[in-house]
Unconditional design. Structure first.
Length: 339
């Protein structure tokens, strides 16, 4: 009888122990969901490969001194340290996690859209730790909206198409068979230009899955900064930079020059002028005034944070930065490689 009681007690303790271990394991691996439609990075940064992402007083970035591996620092450039050994692009962040496209082939594919060098969409805690793969197939142009990441997915059967996946890795599915850029997020919406001969501005409501045309134009890589303020490169105007208020339909041409790429931050627009004889990186106020040349030459990957604006020289691959509030002096960006 005594042995029977001991066996029962042992079984009860074992069951309680296993139950406690299960609950602890579930809690440790539970993904913390967002309560609202948080956007993971700015549209301009994501159009420019998403190499920098400012979130809650930290800047997550792809370190050019360490093969583009994921690092974090304060916005003023202090307290730099490595989070993981993945080479990263399209960085997004919320209160709990960092999301990125892993690019461990270590190739710069920003201008080679159909190269598919990128591999895997990933999530990891903001402080570093275990990396969770959300999609093992080649991915690009990832944007966090609420509890879902919208991105371009490639596989041999469908080629490039628009996908979404929940931040816990569930509900991964194709949204549409053709690709669109998901960079210009605003709350629960993302905005994009149509494909091929359709340059109109469209909106996708991630809450309902409804797509609608919101403005008739011929735009490329639009940035929607509010419900009606839109910036874009105008295809019919030789890729000039244009601002419009869709409520009044009064497009204003901000630049006479052709633009390769641009980024909007606050009241300023940073852009690269396409000019075979005199290429240059410039800035202009969003009303078209106060145009300034930041640097002569060809630059790419313009990423803006509250303290600094970062950009990469096309020919050398050298990353530079200049103060966002008062751009002018260029400094080579050398955060160093953490051993």
């Amino acid at each position: 009888m005594k042995n029977k009681k001991l066996i029962i007690i042992f079984c009860i303790i074992l069951v309680l122990g296993l139950t406690a271990a299960w609950f602890i394991n579930q809690h440790m691996h539970r993904v913390i969901m967002n309560t609202g439609y948080v956007n993971g990075n700015t549209p301009g940064n994501l159009y420019n490969a998403g190499l920098f992402c400012e979130s809650n007083g930290e800047v997550f970035f792809s370190n050019p001194d360490d093969e583009g591996r994921l690092y974090v620092m304060n916005p003023d450039g202090t307290n730099i340290h490595k989070l993981c050994d993945d080479t990263v692009m399209y960085i997004n962040a919320d209160d709990h996690y960092v999301y990125y496209v892993r690019n461990n082939d270590r190739t710069d594919s920003e201008y080679a859209f159909f190269s598919y060098n990128n591999n895997s969409l990933c999530r990891m805690p903001r402080k570093g730790g275990k990396i969770y793969i959300l999609d093992r197939d080649p991915c690009i142009y990832a944007s966090l909206i609420g509890n879902y990441i919208y991105y371009l997915h490639y596989d041999n059967s469908e080629a490039t198409s628009l996908y979404r996946v929940r931040i816990d890795g569930k509900e991964r599915k194709q949204i549409r068979k053709h690709y669109v850029f998901t960079c210009s997020t605003l709350g629960q919406y993302f905005y994009y230009n149509g494909n091929e001969n359709d340059g109109n501005l469209y909106c996708y409501d991630t809450a309902t899955g409804i797509e609608s045309m919101v403005y008739e134009c011929d735009c490329y890589k639009p940035i929607v900064s509010s419900d009606s303020n839109v910036y874009y490169m105008d295809v019919t105007r030789n890729m000039a930079l244009v601002h419009t208020n869709t409520a009044f339909d009064n497009p204003v041409i901000l630049t006479k020059e052709s633009v390769d790429l641009f980024n909007v931050y606050g009241s300023y627009i940073y852009y690269q002028v396409y000019d075979s004889k005199n290429p240059r990186l410039c800035m202009i106020k969003n009303d078209g005034t106060d145009q300034q040349i930041i640097a002569f030459g060809n630059y790419k990957q313009i990423n803006v944070t509250s303290h600094y604006t970062y950009f990469t020289e096309f020919s050398t691959g050298q990353t530079f930065y200049t103060p966002t509030a008062n751009p002018g002096t260029l400094y080579p960006f050398h955060p160093g490689a953490e051993k």
